[in-house]
Design a protein around this ligand. Structure first.
Ligand code: NAP
Ligand code: GDP
Length: 324
């Protein structure tokens, strides 16, 4: 992916730079030659600044004076954490997003790429969902706090464009899988929680407990593919309208199929139990990647089986430092 010429060297501040997506972008930039000479990339964690706090947000922007921002920082978690903490997801994310976007505006940042998610789409809708449909009805009840906070990023981006002509935009990834995820069993997303659970079940010789029926369907993107695409968006994508970053609709699979891939990758041969007393969450949120394909018809996605295999290996090798 060649870069369009920039007015000067970019200084890119990545909020949430220590998480699943941030670490993938760091890898793309530092290991895959994604960085152009003269550019500077700064990857922040919450230790650098608590972005819920406007003073700390301003201080970290003052310190680094970025020209570009990739805004990933968010209160993030799996279905069951959302169901317990909708209020906290709403309040933290509203504050983080307003602090980052408005500080970027005040400091003359040229471009901001923020991160939405396909789980903020309307619950009752037609499929596939595309970028024009984000606000067409309430989100799924399980994560309404996070969803409304995220939807407001899109509203705010449009307002910055209308009032100031800024190119502040957003990407909409589907479920992400990869190294450096939060593998916590109670709070993590489905694949990372299940990788940890499968590892435990194998070690203890106990059954693997999957939450829900296994019937819901999801599109998963490998974090490094997402990292490559977000760097492309920063360099090349000039719309304020968001863009879905996803594998095709035909790649959507059931949770049960994903469980089988994890069991195979970790060589787990024990019993698999589906706890149907637990919520399934959204049954599906099938997203269209037609817009992405119009820009990048040849982008090649890592097959999910490979992505899961690599993530499982990373988890086993890095067990002591992984977030569990
Ligand atoms: P993650 O691994 O949990 O990382 C979250 C990042 O945000 C970490 O760097 C964390 O810093 C930082 N952060 C959290 N609260 C903060 C605060 N108050 N102040 C400053 N930094 C804070 O999450 P992720 O999966 O990489 O998510 C990145 C973005 O992708 C989010 O905007 C999320 O909504 C979006 N997204 C994720 C998925 C997915 O499946 N994971 C899907 C769609 C969209 P520490 O490391 O210091 O805690
Ligand atoms: P979502 O895609 O936004 O709904 O969030 P998750 O990544 O948490 O995925 C939730 C889906 O995976 C639901 O259908 C859950 O029933 C199912 N699932 C199965 N086992 C687990 C698990 O151990 N943790 C989580 N978070 N979800 C699980």
């Amino acid at each position: 992916m060649e870069s369009k010429s920039q007015a000067g060297p970019m200084r890119v501040l990545v909020t949430g730079g220590s998480g699943l997506v941030g670490k993938a972008i760091e890898h793309v930039v530092q290991q895959e030659g994604g960085k152009v000479d003269g550019e500077e990339w700064i990857f922040l964690s919450s230790k650098d600044a608590d972005l819920v706090d406007v003073g700390q947000t301003r201080a970290v922007f003052e310190k680094y004076r970025p020209t570009h921002v990739i805004h990933l920082a968010a209160k993030v978690g799996g279905l069951y954490l959302h169901m317990r903490e909708n209020l906290q997801f709403l309040r933290d994310n509203i504050k983080i997003n307003d602090n980052v976007l408005h500080t970027a505006h005040e400091m003359g940042v040229t471009k901001v790429v923020s991160c939405l998610s396909s789980c903020i789409f309307p619950d009752k809708t037609t499929y596939p969902i595309d970028e024009t449909m984000i606000h067409n009805g309430p989100p799924h009840d399980s994560n309404f706090g996070y969803s409304h906070a995220k939807r407001m990023i899109d509203v705010q981006n449009r307002a910055y464009f209308q009032q100031y002509g800024h190119c502040y935009t957003a990407v909409i990834p589907t479920n992400v899988v990869g190294p450096f995820d939060n593998f916590n069993i109670e709070n993590g997303h489905v694949l990372s929680a299940l990788i940890n659970k499968t590892h435990e079940a194998k070690k203890e010789g106990t059954p693997l407990n999957v939450c829900g029926t296994g019937a819901p369907r999801r599109q998963f993107i490998y974090s490094l593919d997402l990292g490559r695409l977000i760097v492309w968006v920063l360099r090349e994508y000039e719309e304020v309208e968001p863009i879905i970053l996803s594998v095709g609709e035909e790649e959507e699979i059931s949770i049960k199929d994903a469980v089988d891939m994890i069991a195979e990758a970790l060589d787990f041969e024990g019993k698999i139990h589906f706890d149907t007393t637990l919520s399934d969450g959204q049954m599906k949120k099938t997203a269209s990647n037609a817009k992405l394909r119009r820009y990048l018809p040849d982008f090649s996605f890592t097959p999910l089986k490979e992505a899961i295999k690599m993530t499982c290996s990373w988890f086993e090798i890095n067990y002591d430092k992984a977030r569990i």
